[in-house]
Design a binder for this molecule. Sequence first.
Ligand code: SF4
Ligand code: SF4
Length: 410
Amino acid sequence: MSEKKRPLLDELKKGPWPSFVNEMEKEAKSPMTEDALNLLERSFNDKMVHWKHGGIVGVTGYGGGVIGRYTDLPEEFPEVKEFHTVRVNQPSGWFYTSDALRQLSDIWEKYGSGLTNFHGATGDAVFLGTKTEYLQKCFNELSSNGWDLGGSGSNLRTPSACVGPARCNSACFDTLDLCHNLTNHYQDELHRPSFPYKFKIKISGCANDCVSAIARADLSIIGTWRDAIRIDQEAVKEYADNGYEIQELVVDKCPTGACTFDADAKEFAVDNENCVRCMHCINKMSKALRVGKEGGATILIGGKATIVQSAFLSWVIVPFMKLDKEDDYEELKDLIERIFEWWDENAKVRERVGELIYRKGMRVFLKEVGLEPKPQMVQHPRANPYFFWWPDEIIQTADGEAAAGTEVEK
Ligand code: SF4
Ligand code: SF4
């Protein structure tokens, strides 16, 4: 328990909800955790943060994965004079055996404060608080047991995926396998920062988007299907017989009016041409409806939180891509590499790919990474009535007048 009195932190232990202060105090036998709590109390009193970034710290051969953290009050709180964070690359879908969790905990109690965050926003298992002298030893032990560090800094951040087919009927492709494959394929980009800024890849098996890829990832890979929603009419009847309000709860809330329910015949139908694969009807009647058999993913670009520009949701760049394991995801990797290249060559320092597209225009992005414009890429109805041609599409006629080419804009 606490050695010092911490009246402000004690306030955070009140109420019926879990308290991080209680959880940290369980670990307070570690002097680092005790000092971290005392420093937090001091920060609340002073109304200012007493953490600061300091010099670069890391482990041999890696440019990321460790975030240097120091206090600006080292004399008063010597145990957190250095309090670095270590990001450990999580398994796909966050599946651990209990042995694996024990192993991680043992390593961290040996070399760090014992405090962890399962998991950070990027997806990694986050180990909070160690000293510079223990970093390499900690990494060596993690590495010799088959673990690796995740990404930090201006590099590819650790890809993450929803649990997908391991536990969920709605997965339109194997999110876990894709995440594992991309993580292994992009080891260099993950561990050796060489990008203008961070780049996140997040993978959801369907439009429910359980990893919030659309809001948080520079490249969002979100499952969808191109055939028809599978309907089990017997199960639909069961819903209706049990008094479930199919019309009110499902049909009336379909965003495109693509589904109908015949209350007399107790039959449900979907106009698949007009269905936008939003998942609403499937979520509401999961025993009767299922995603189609021909699964794949929509690829989107540019999601991120506010920094240089405001927060962006990501924008469709490929409406449908098959993601078969057998072809080793070649088409997707090829696209990712073209995006990396264009972003790397054109971005300012700390400019995310979405911000670069915002500055240069989607039209330029599509042309330069070799993607055809598609109707699904429309962000909102056109406000500018003028059509601009690329210079090489303007044909000079014999009398010297310019005539527009026949190609659509790219
Ligand atoms: Fe299931 Fe879709 Fe959520 Fe993935 S995103 S866990 S497939 S509901
Ligand atoms: Fe309508 Fe969405 Fe169901 Fe398609 S998935 S039919 S758009 S509710």
